[in-house]
Write a protein that binds this ligand. Structure first.
Ligand SMILES: Cc1ncc(COP(=O)(O)O)c(C=O)c1O
Length: 346
């Protein structure tokens, strides 16, 4: 076990090599027993489909240390279900939900000393992935696969935690109308690198953005995603939580958790439907939500020449704050969790 010397309070979202990761291999129709390994590199065939044809998918979930010292995974069954769906979409075998969750638990336990202490706002981010490997050259599904889970201690994805960020609508699409947008596959993210870099570089007016917003790829009129996060907004009367619905959006576990909490804990009406980019005046608050982004308030959105400010560019809105407190309270064990949302590691 390595001694860790980490400045917990100032963790960002960067790679830190932890001690052990889970590795399992699929060949001849079955997964091997899987084991923890120290090696953080993979030695794979040059013809691996993951390298040439993007046959790979991944997940992102977190382990949180609660005030009483216990460690919880947040809704890992949902990540397992989504990974099964991603694997099916790319013709890859998925282990099982039990193996997925057990691998996550083993990795957290083996790297417990990397889990940020309660109160620092940090967590241990888990990255499960499945990749096609083995000798191959044609466009077909791989002869072998690897399932692995590694972990990294992380702080906020967007600097400053619950502080508003500005975003810019991109002309590019991250996914096609009947493509792979709803699956967590690398190709969607490769497609988002250029728009993301352009957003961060800023516009001619010198305004810089945290990331790109993607519109629906069929008509370019409705908001779909905010970088690697889903979008939500609160109507001007403060009564309704609205989030887009589309087959090319990644079904965010955070978003579905917020839909539940908005309705059952905050007493809001909830609506999954179209969010037209020319109707942002309907809303008093907006935010990006995801495992990494948690809830990041959206200060303003640049769309062409127009910059639309929601609640404020510097202050978080009241409903967004309540949602954040409810969600993170559940994750860190200070607010009662809905049945089945937390899975104990220790
Ligand atoms: C494109 C995209 N949308 C949304 C999300 C948020 O999903 P989740 O809340 O399950 O992390 C993510 C992150 O996983 C993402 O990469």
């Amino acid at each position: 076990m390595r001694d860790v010397n980490i400045d917990w309070a100032n963790l960002g979202f960067s790679y830190i090599r932890t001690d052990l990761r889970y590795l399992s291999h699929w060949k001849d129709g079955e997964w091997d027993a899987g084991q923890l390994t120290e090696d953080n590199t993979l030695h794979i065939a040059e013809g691996s489909t993951a390298l040439h044809y993007g046959q790979q998918c991944f997940e992102g979930l977190k382990a949180y240390r609660a005030a009483d010292g216990s460690i919880n995974l947040f809704r890992p069954d949902q990540n397992a279900a989504r990974m099964r769906m991603s694997c099916e979409r790319l013709l890859m075998p998925f282990p099982t939900e039990e193996t997925f969750i057990e691998a996550c638990r083993q990795v957290v336990k083996a790297n417990e000393h990397f889990l940020p202490p309660y109160g620092t706002g940090g967590s241990l981010y888990l990255r499960p992935f499945v990749i096609g490997v083995g000798d191959n050259i044609g466009v077909r599904s791989a002869p072998e696969f690897i399932f692995s889970v590694f972990c990294v201690p992380v702080g906020p994805y967007f600097k400053g935690g619950l502080t508003p960020h500005n975003f810019v609508v991109s002309d590019f699409d991250r996914a096609a109308p009947n493509g792979t947008g709803a699956a967590k596959v690398g190709g969607n993210y490769a497609a988002s690198l250029l728009p993301g870099a352009q957003a961060k570089a800023g516009d001619a007016q010198g305004r810089h953005f945290a990331d790109a917003i993607y519109l629906d790829p069929a008509t370019h009129t409705k908001i779909e995603e905010v970088g690697a996060a889903n979008f939500f907004a609160i109507t001007k009367d403060g009564l309704t939580f609205v989030t887009p619905k589309s087959p090319s959006i990644l079904p965010s576990i955070t978003k579905y958790s917020l839909l539940h909490l908005a309705e059952h804990r905050l007493g809001l009406k909830v609506e999954e439907g179209d969010v037209r980019i020319d109707e942002l005046d309907r809303f008093s608050e907006a935010g990006a939500c995801g495992t990494a982004a948690v809830i990041t308030p959206i200060g303003g959105i640049q769309y062409g020449d127009h910059f639309h400010v929601f609640h404020s560019e510097t202050e978080v809105g009241p409903v967004t704050r309540r949602l954040y407190e409810e969600l993170t309270g559940i994750q860190y064990g200070t607010v009662e969790a809905p049945q089945g949302w937390l899975v104990k590691v220790n």
